[in-house]
Write a protein that binds this ligand. Structure first.
Ligand code: DQA
Length: 154
């Protein structure tokens, strides 16, 4: 059995990526690196399986689509990892969706937003999630899954 073997039935973690993250690999590589969204998807699928979870993956550039995906997670997922991109800093709707579904959730940012422009320092989401991971690159998603695996075992 490899680390990519099928899950052991702990449920599904929804991985949500917001606007412009479809451009990973070519977008500002000095900030976001050279790995693509597909690379990220592969990485999180392996990480989730390693902890006995399946991973559902959504990326959208549209705020409402992200809200809909979070709502749908009520019936399909046991936890959420979310990088809402720029909506992090603007979206009360995504904050309310996360609070509304009440699933364990982790906010991830690839870059260290606190080292960047001031408008990136505030997150509407941080107060309604269980943990926030910034600046660890794509490894942040693996850390988030590891956190949820432990939180969901309690
Ligand atoms: C980001 C940081 C946000 O400020 C930015 O708008 C993004 C990506 C990150 O992963 O570092 O799109 O969420």
């Amino acid at each position: 059995m490899t680390s990519e073997a099928s899950s052991t039935g702990r449920g599904t973690i929804l991985i949500v990526n917001g606007p412009n993250l479809n451009l990973l690999g070519t977008r500002e590589p000095g900030i976001y690196g050279h790995a693509t969204l597909v690379n990220l998807q592969d990485l999180v699928a392996v990480a989730a399986r390693g902890h006995g979870f399946d991973a559902d993956f959504i990326q959208s550039n549209h705020e409402g689509a992200l809200v809909d995906a979070i709502h749908a997670a009520r019936d399909s997922a046991v936890g959420i990892v979310i990088n809402a991109g720029a909506y992090t800093h603007t979206s009360i709707a995504i904050r309310d969706a996360l609070a509304g579904v009440g699933l364990p959730a982790v906010e991830v940012h690839i870059s260290n937003v606190h080292r960047r422009e001031e408008f990136r320092h505030f997150s509407y989401l941080s107060a309604v999630v269980d943990a926030v991971i910034v600046g660890a690159g794509m490894h942040g998603y693996e850390l988030a899954i590891s956190y949820l695996a432990k939180a969901l075992a309690r």
